[in-house]
Write a protein of this length. Structure first.
Length: 276
């Protein structure tokens, strides 16, 4: 098939494709808005997503120079206040002082564009680059699960591929890159992931092949996943005749945490990608 000429790939839609081709087609190509609940109880899940987005905004403003005291005055929720205080007390150590919040990167890939929006980029030009991603998940995922996420692969790849404008126009080498996942509910246990040239080259091949594969599919080749358990937290499960009732929120985050289970991942990156 031919994708729309203005179609942009990002970590969220690529993750959807890897998880379920049919979900990718319904969500991004056909743009079907299916009136289903992803996780129960819906109101609590929506509240947590809203608070997560608010924490992102507060951290962005703080990085840009808005005072801690001024931001303290806007916090009205106990969970948000706890996350905010955790951020103030447990900001990852040894971050470079030059910091760029909400950094957008873009690069061509297999005839299309690949874009990434980084929560925070901390850089010591010519020496060290740190990508920080703020997470408000109720459970802390395993390192193995995070390493395999498209978010990890895309973000580290893109800072090498398209980040030189932040490095005084000098190339960024993979060995200079580190990615940190910081968890608001586990503030003293960030996950730090290094990078190297071997992984960068592997990511380059993988991502280009993945986009070319999507471009090469016919309309009828966007198959449903054969892992039916993934459908429990998918909005399209009833459309695809894979069930009606949404999965429970506790089970959703327990599966996120599991090192061997990749099923409950539909919403994990939603906040980071919500502005695309």
């Amino acid at each position: 098939m031919t994708l729309p000429t203005d179609f942009q790939f990002n970590q969220a839609n690529l993750q959807d494709y890897v998880d379920c081709r049919r979900r990718f087609q319904l969500r991004y190509l056909l743009q079907i808005a299916w009136p289903a609940i992803g996780v129960e109880p819906a109101l609590e899940h929506e509240r947590l997503l809203r608070l997560g987005a608010e924490l992102h905004r507060m951290i962005q403003q703080h990085t840009l120079g808005v005072s801690e005291e001024r931001l303290n005055r806007v916090v009205q929720d106990d969970d948000l206040n706890r996350w905010w205080q955790n951020y103030l007390q447990f900001l990852p150590a040894n971050l470079p002082q030059e910091r760029h919040p909400e950094t957008l990167l873009s690069a061509p890939i297999a005839g299309h564009r690949l874009v990434a929006k980084l929560d925070l980029l901390a850089i010591n030009p010519g020496e060290r680059v740190v990508i920080v991603d703020w997470k408000t998940s109720l459970r802390r995922p395993s390192k193995r699960w995070l390493v395999e996420r498209l978010q990890t692969r895309v973000y580290r790849y893109m800072i090498v591929r398209a980040g030189s404008y932040l490095n005084r126009s000098e190339p960024i080498h993979p060995e200079q890159v580190e990615m940190i996942y910081w968890f608001a509910n586990y503030p003293g246990r960030p996950e730090r992931l290094d990078y190297d040239d071997v992984q960068y080259k592997a990511d380059d091949v993988f991502l280009n092949c993945l986009v070319a594969e999507i471009e090469g599919l016919d309309e009828g080749e966007f198959d449903l996943t054969d892992q039916n358990e993934r459908c429990r937290y998918c909005y399209y499960r009833s459309l695809c005749l894979r069930g009606v009732k949404a999965g429970e929120i506790d089970g959703f985050w327990e599966e996120i945490r599991s090192s061997n289970n990749h099923d409950a991942d539909l919403e994990f990156d939603q906040i980071a990608e919500s502005e695309y």
